[in-house]
Ligand binder design. Structure first.
Ligand SMILES: Cc1cc2nc3c(=O)[nH]c(=O)nc-3n(C[C@H](O)[C@H](O)[C@H](O)COP(=O)(O)OP(=O)(O)OC[C@H]3O[C@@H](n4cnc5c(N)ncnc54)[C@H](O)[C@@H]3O)c2cc1C
Length: 459
């Protein structure tokens, strides 16, 4: 075998965090080898956040237009998916071409190697490229940012059918006449609503008793009611048992019944493949569901892990947050370690579901003396003015012994934006008394936070 090629840092996987870390380390003067098997930038810009949020923006415009009657006159809208598909191809993904991102990384001084990277010994990464195998010896360390793949459940008959994952649906050129979405988590819920608003007959099939089941039950109830109001069929506590495809249509057997549709989207979660990254070579468990890290994102001697593989929240902002910490640690520039008390998450349905910190159930399970406060958005001044499309609520979770918020949920128009104030309150442990004794701009949606705080203990 040829002598390993020396480098300072190998970054395996250039998702949002890996791309940032590799570029920042290169700009700091290190010799950085960025290894990417697919597209520089990862899932978010090409198959995840960006194209899905473009779809959501378009679908929300349709919904807003339909709210005009009774509010501002008459309206009619003729949805045209071709416009959305073109925008995703041309503006978001450049036809799923990462040249701009690759050039940017190399412009920062990084060395891009296209291929699959695997740790083959401490400090050593072997990359299978189109031109052959290359071996790198990393003097400073290895950063793992290998992300996740769509998890395909082992449902009888599913393998071999032309089902869609997120990677297919973002490339859809047409809206199917009917769509079954398997999985009612954030991704499934967002895409179900988009396609229903563009005219598909949509059914969401969720094995658990409620949609967006990681959120407060009130959020699940509201989203389910809105989905049903918009004509989406919601089947909860409904594990799919068998799937078949007859060449044109899917049939999904659920309990005693069967559902049929032109397309089937699998949105049942994500999976990591740590064996493929070779983590056993540095003493880590390749069968684990995530790579455990310390507050500096260190996973083993000379190994850092960031992003979805760490299991701390599969969000682009988490990948970037952890990347920054790893970069500082590798460069020895100090700073705060990771803090996961106030991780925000937003499901971009309409209304948006934003949440931070603990849910009520999690806070109780943690042994806290919990008090909650809830307020309904339609009864707030802004919600009443807004009228059509004003569904939502704010719920705050107080640790009554310390009189600080440990969690909050903000559902409504701009629910993810309203969340920011609640995130600061949770992260900085602002006393509830302080939060209560300040004016909130009238008439904003975030002013409802004041009502939720006032209601603490009354529910
Ligand atoms: C439909 C959808 C919508 C989403 N919407 C949002 C949203 O609105 N907001 C949000 O915060 N998050 C969202 N996410 C999640 C977000 O996309 C991820 O959290 C984000 O991409 C960060 O992931 P990551 O950095 O861990 O890696 P990824 O983005 O998964 O990238 C990992 C990269 O590593 C590469 N790779 C893996 N193994 C190897 C290897 N051995 N060798 C070389 N390369 C390798 C892969 O090819 C990939 O490019 C969404 C996800 C999906 C699927």
């Amino acid at each position: 075998m040829d002598e390993p090629e020396p480098t300072d840092v190998v970054v395996i996987g250039l998702g949002p965090g890996g791309e940032y870390a590799a570029g920042a380390l290169a700009e700091a003067g290190l010799h950085v080898t960025g290894v990417e098997a697919r597209l520089v930038g990862g899932e978010c810009p090409y198959y995840g956040c960006v194209p899905s949020k473009m779809m959501i923006r378009a679908a929300n415009l349709i919904a807003e237009t339909r709210r005009v009657p009774g509010m501002a006159g008459a309206s009619s809208v003729t949805p045209d998916w071709a416009v959305v598909a073109r925008r995703i191809r041309e503006e978001a993904t450049d036809f799923w071409n990462d040249k701009m991102a690759a050039d940017r990384f190399e412009g920062q001084g990084g060395h891009l190697v296209r291929g699959h990277g695997k740790i083959t010994a401490p400090g050593q990464v072997t990359v299978g490229t189109a031109e052959g195998t290359r071996v790198f010896a990393a003097r400073r360390g290895i950063v793992i940012n290998s992300g996740t793949e769509p998890a395909i459940p082992p449902i009888e008959g599913l393998a071999g059918t032309p089902y869609w994952t997120n990677r297919d649906i973002v490339q859809a050129e047409q809206v199917p006449e009917s769509l079954i979405v398997l999985g009612g988590g954030a991704i499934g819920a967002e895409l179900a609503q988009v396609f229903a608003r563009f005219g598909a007959s949509v059914t969401v099939v969720e094995a658990l008793p409620r949609l967006v089941s990681f959120e407060e039950p009130e959020a699940s109830d509201l989203i389910e009611r809105i989905f049903m109001r918009e004509g989406i069929t919601v089947c909860t506590s409904a594990p799919a048992e068998r799937v078949s495809h007859n060449g044109t249509r899917f049939t999904v057997r659920v309990g005693a019944g069967a559902l049929a549709a032109e397309r089937l989207l699998i949105a049942t979660g994500r999976r990591v493949d740590l064996a493929a990254v070779g983590v056993a070579a540095v003493g880590l468990d390749e069968k684990a569901r995530a790579i455990a890290t310390d507050g500096r994102m260190r996973a083993a001697d000379g190994v850092w892990a960031i992003g979805d593989v760490t299991g701390k929240g599969a969000f682009t902002h988490m990948s970037m947050y952890q990347a920054d910490i790893a970069v500082r640690d590798i460069l020895g520039s100090g700073g705060e370690p990771a803090d996961y008390r106030a991780v925000p998450r937003v499901t971009f349905t309409d209304p948006e579901v934003g949440s931070v910190g603990l849910t009520e159930e999690q806070a109780r399970a943690a042994g806290l003396r919990v008090r909650t406060g809830v307020t309904q958005l339609p009864y707030s001044a802004r919600g009443w003015i807004h009228k059509a499309g004003n569904d939502g609520f704010i719920k705050v979770i107080e640790d009554a012994d310390r009189s600080v918020l440990v969690g909050a949920t903000s559902v409504g128009p701009g629910g993810g934006e309203v969340l920011s104030a609640l995130q600061v309150a949770v992260r900085a442990e602002v006393p509830v008394a302080t939060l209560r004794n300040m004016p909130y701009a009238y008439p904003t949606f975030h002013r409802a936070i004041e009502d939720a705080l006032r209601n603490i203990g009354s529910s």
